[in-house]
Every structure is written in structure tokens, then in C-alpha cells.
Design a binder for this molecule. Structure first.
Ligand code: NAP
Length: 362
């Protein structure tokens, strides 16, 4: 019997490349990926390099989230599973939130609509986010434990990105609920915390790249008192693949999260590991709030984090561990693996003293 086809949308993305790699390595599926442009050689070549030669090729198709109708129907044709990761994850707050919100929401509807008119699609795995659980603002001292039952109370004060994820996920649940039974497929949602870990290409530009770049290239002289819930990109990819078939995953959300870290501790970890490679200027001093407030007038990437200073978000990863069967990796290794891979792929400037890592563990 032919192996089922899995469609991965936004296959050139940071997370999606790991999903594609793990699907291909597992060997149980044929993989189809959508990309925005097949002419983007840097992105497409890195993706093609993931496909082993032989009988398990990776099929690529062009599709933009804003295109409806036939484009997505062609992409979904013959697929048993769809992993919908494509969605803008900007590195800074856009001038107009529609730049992010519209493709996220309209794209989710376009993909789900195509699934609903295509025979054979059994389950769609949607990449949502922790921000669709906890939001990006809110007075949070870490004592509340967020679970999959939580949603932000309102989207009005959220960043454009957070708003895009909340609205897209809500739309997805409503869309599937409204389908007539004969057109219905299963929906399952992955809500990762901040995703870190190795990159598979020098062309990825996810918002995840910002912190390692800013710390190792000293793009910030002082460190905001920010806390990040982190998860490894390899665990996130595994979560998507397990969520495709795990019986108890159908119709459910899944917080995918390893541990929290303060930015100061992250900086110290990276200074300890990368100082000997010439990265001597990793910042170590805490930035007072008023300095951040002033800086956010010029640096739009700071605007979305102002409300998070001194705050901590505690997340329950029970479903990740017991439904998807994933024991999260140690986040110190995640962060170190990420920085080595970013330097090796040219996403962080290579210092002349850099000698690479001694024992690669990715
Ligand atoms: P990424 O590397 O920026 O990937 C986003 C993907 O979406 C890219 O392949 C991009 O295509 C595609 N895309 C964006 N706009 C599109 C459009 N109009 N039409 C078609 N494709 C479009 O970011 P990522 O970190 O891998 O994020 C993947 C998913 O995970 C997103 O849904 C994001 O919200 C979610 N997520 C990420 C994190 C995290 O910390 N990274 C945490 C929680 C959830 P191009 O390659 O052509 O730009």
C-alpha cells in the first residue's frame, strides 16, 4: 500500500524544515511541502537537501496563504494529513497589524477550506502558539499555571503576532465545528512556547532568531528583565508528527513546552560557552524599565515586550508528555545547539577565533 502523503505548509520555515526532515527520516510518509516561491533558490535548495535520494522524494509546490481556491486544493489533493505551519512570524512589530493578521487568518481558512472539499484528508495539525493560551500581556507573576483550557481574555491589547495566532486558531476551531459531518476532518493544535534549537538553513528568518543574534552580536547593550518559556524545535517537530496520528490528540490543543529561563541566565550561558570562541561582549547588565520604555520609541521590536518585563508565564506540558509521549530536552543544550548552528549557517557573524563545536549533538 502507498505511504500516506503529508502536506507541510510553509515548508521553508524554521520549524517546518524540522518537521519535513523528521517525516523523511521516519520513512513512513511521502512529503509534500508548499513554499511561497520556487524561485527562491537559497530557501528551496536547503529544503531539497533534506530529502534523501531514493524512493522518498520531497514534492514542492508554490502556494501563498492569501491565495484561495484551486491553489490550496491542488496542494491538499491526495493528502491524508496536513500540517499547517505557514504564518508570518515577524522579527518586529509591523506598522500595520493586518500585514500579519490577514495572512494568518485568511491562510488558515484557505487551507482548511481546501481540506473540506478534498476527499481523504483525515486530520489537520495546526501550528498555533502559547500566545493563543496566555496572551503576551497581563499581570502574571508565574503563580497561575496555564493549560490548554486557557485563552487570552481579549485580543485588543495583544501584539499583532499574538492577535494573529489567537484569531487564526479560533477561526480554525469554528470552521471545523461548522462543517457538515460528511465534510468534517479532525483538527489538532500544537501551541509551542518560544521555539529555540538548531536551524537547518542559513535562509530562515523566524522571530526565534532574534535573541541569539542580539546576545552574541551584542545588538543590545543591556538585558531586559524578561522571562521566556522555551521548547526545542526538534521536540516541536516531533509533537506535530505524533499529533497527526495519536488517537487522543484529535480535537485537542497541546502546549508544547520545556522550561522557563530569564534572559540574563540565557546571556550568561551563552557567554560561558561562546566566550572562548571570541564572543566576549555578550551583555550582562540588566536594563531598567524606563530605559526600555525610551528605547521602544525607536526600536519597534521592544514595544511588544514592554508588558512582559518582570513577568513569568508558567505552562502545564502534561499533554505533551503523556498524550504525545515527548519528554522535553534540556533547554541549555537547546540554546547552545541553536547558537552553534546559527554561526555555522552564517546567521550570527563568525568571529575569527571560532573553531566550531567539538562534539556535535544535533
Ligand atoms: P518562519 O521560519 O518565519 O516560518 C513561517 C513560514 O510561513 C515560512 O515558511 C514563510 O514562508 C511562511 N509564510 C509566511 N507568510 C506567508 C504567506 N503569505 N504565504 C505563504 N507562506 C507564508 O517561522 P517559524 O518560527 O518556523 O514559525 C512557524 C509556525 O510556528 C508559525 O505558525 C508560528 O506562528 C508558529 N510558532 C512559532 C514559534 C517560534 O518561537 N518560532 C512559537 C510558537 C508558534 P517564507 O519562507 O516564504 O517566508
Amino acid at each position: 500500500m502507498a505511504r500516506p502523503i503529508v502536506l507541510v505548509t510553509g515548508a521553508t520555515g524554521y520549524i517546518a524544515m524540522h518537521v519535513v526532515q523528521q517525516l523523511l527520516q521516519g520513512g513512513g510518509y511521502r512529503v509534500r511541502g508548499t513554499v511561497r516561491s520556487l524561485k527562491n533558490n537559497a530557501k528551496v535548495d536547503a529544503l531539497k537537501a533534506l530529502a534523501p535520494t531514493g524512493d522518498n522524494p520531497l514534492q514542492l509546490m508554490e502556494a501563498d496563504l492569501l491565495e484561495g481556491g484551486r491553489v490550496w486544493e491542488r496542494a491538499v489533493h491526495s493528502c491524508t494529513f496536513v500540517i499547517h505551519t505557514a504564518s508570518p512570524f515577524p522579527t518586529e512589530e509591523p506598522r500595520d497589524e493586518k500585514e500579519v493578521v490577514t495572512p494568518a487568518v485568511a491562510g488558515t481558512v484557505n487551507v482548511l477550506q481546501a481540506c473540506s472539499v478534498t476527499d481523504g484528508v483525515q486530520r489537520v495539525v495546526l501550528t498555533s502558539s502559547v500566545v493563543a493560551v496566555s496572551g503576551t500581556t497581563g499581570a502574571d507573576d508565574g503563580s497561575k499555571v496555564y493549560t490548554e483550557r486557557d485563552w487570552p481574555h481579549s485580543v485588543s491589547h495583544l501584539s499583532a503576532y499574538a492577535k494573529s495566532k489567537v484569531l487564526a486558531e479560533q477561526k480554525a476551531w469554528a470552521f471545523v465545528k461548522a462543517l457538515p459531518p460528511e465534510r468534517r476532518f479532525e483538527l489538532t493544535v500544537i501551541n509551542p512556547s518560544y521555539v529555540m534549537g538548531p536551524v537547518l538553513s542559513g535562509s530562515v528568518s523566524s522571530g526565534s532568531m532574534v535573541l541569539p543574534q542580539r546576545l552574541l552580536e551584542r545588538q543590545m547593550p543591556m538585558i531586559p528583565h524578561l522571562n521566556f518559556p522555551i521548547v526545542d524545535v526538534r521536540d516541536v517537530a516531533t509533537a506535530h508528527i505524533r499529533a497527526m496520528t495519536a488517537p487522543q490528540a484529535a480535537g485537542e490543543r497541546h502546549l508544547v513546552h520545556a522550561a522557563n529561563i530569564w534572559l540574563e541566565d540565557m546571556a550568561k550561558l551563552l557567554a560561558d560557552e561562546f566566550g572562548r570562541h571570541g564572543y566576549k561582549q555578550v551583555p550582562s547588565k540588566r536594563a531598567p524599565y524606563f530605559v526600555l520604555w525610551f528605547a521602544s520609541c525607536c526600536d519597534r521590536s521592544l514595544r511588544s515586550v514592554l508588558g512582559l518585563v518582570d513577568k513569568q508565564t508558567t505552562l502545564d506540558n502534561t499533554r505533551m508528555r503523556y498524550v504525545l509521549g515527548i519528554e522535553p530536552r534540556d533547554i541549555n543544550a537547546t540554546l547552545i545547539d541553536m547558537c552553534y548552528s546559527m554561526i555555522d549557517h552564517g546567521l550570527i557573524k563568525k568571529k575569527s577565533k571560532y573553531t566550531g563545536r567539538e562534539n556535535a549533538t544535533t
